[in-house]
Design a protein around this ligand. Structure first.
Ligand code: AP5
Length: 190
């Protein structure tokens, strides 16, 4: 079983690359952002709660996100492996994930970060915001807030996974195909 954490700042290309990687390695793709948006679209209680954070560019509280992610993993226990996209995003989430996987005799195989300059990523999100309907892509202030959240709460995970010798960085600038190739090279070498 391989379990990959796809890591990176907002707009780094996690969702785009996950579409290729999940097919190639037969992984269950779990994107916490996508699950929240599905719930927001369907106006569930979880969706209403998540919306009050996501629309501002803030992280959804850990206890809500961890429970949701664990429920999704439990729905897919026959999976050949997981591709975690946008989770974990805090040290508390990473600790919870390690503990949860350990109970199942599983673990994280590797965390792969897509790296790119903030200004390039902000431009990508502003462009996507024109057609995506995502409230958190609509203006630069909300987008910048997502980067502040990343720097404060998510960036410490780099050290967390480096200490476990599980952190791999990949250049996130280039064509989608070039970046897929870089990612598959890392995964094939694991
Ligand atoms: P989430 O949906 O995870 O958003 P994000 O991390 O901000 O990531 P994005 O989806 O914006 O970007 P991405 O890296 O997937 O890039 P993409 O492939 O789409 O989370 C949204 C919100 O939900 C969070 O802000 C938070 O509130 C909440 N949330 C989610 N998880 C949480 C958690 N664990 N804890 C707490 N809260 C949580 O690409 C971006 C754009 O760039 C696209 O238009 C794409 O076409 C384009 N693009 C991709 N690759 C390239 C390339 N190589 N060259 C040019 N353009 C490219």
């Amino acid at each position: 079983m391989i379990n990959i954490v796809l890591f990176g700042k907002p707009g780094a290309g996690k969702g785009t690359q996950a579409e290729f990687l999940k097919e190639k390695y037969n992984l269950t793709h779990l994107s916490t952002g996508d699950i929240f948006r599905f719930n927001m679209k369907n106006d569930t209680e979880l969706g209403k709660l998540a919306k009050s954070y996501i629309d501002l560019g803030d992280l959804v509280p850990d206890e809500v996100t961890i429970k949701m992610l664990e429920d999704e993993v439990n729905k897919n226990t026959q999976s050949a492996g997981f591709l975690f996209d946008g989770f974990p995003r805090t040290i508390a989430q990473a600790d919870a994930l390690d503990t949860f996987l350990k109970i199942k005799n599983w673990n994280i195989t590797a965390t792969i970060a897509l790296e790119a300059d903030d200004n390039i990523l902000v431009a990508r999100l502003l462009e996507r915001g024109k057609t995506s309907g995502r409230a958190d892509d609509q203006d630069e202030e909300k987008i910048r807030n997502r980067y502040d959240e990343y720097n404060e709460k998510t960036a410490p995970l780099i050290g967390y996974y480096q200490e476990q010798n599980k952190f791999h960085a990949v250049d996130g600038i280039g064509t989608i195909e070039e970046i897929t190739q870089r990612l598959t090279q890392v995964i094939d070498n694991l």
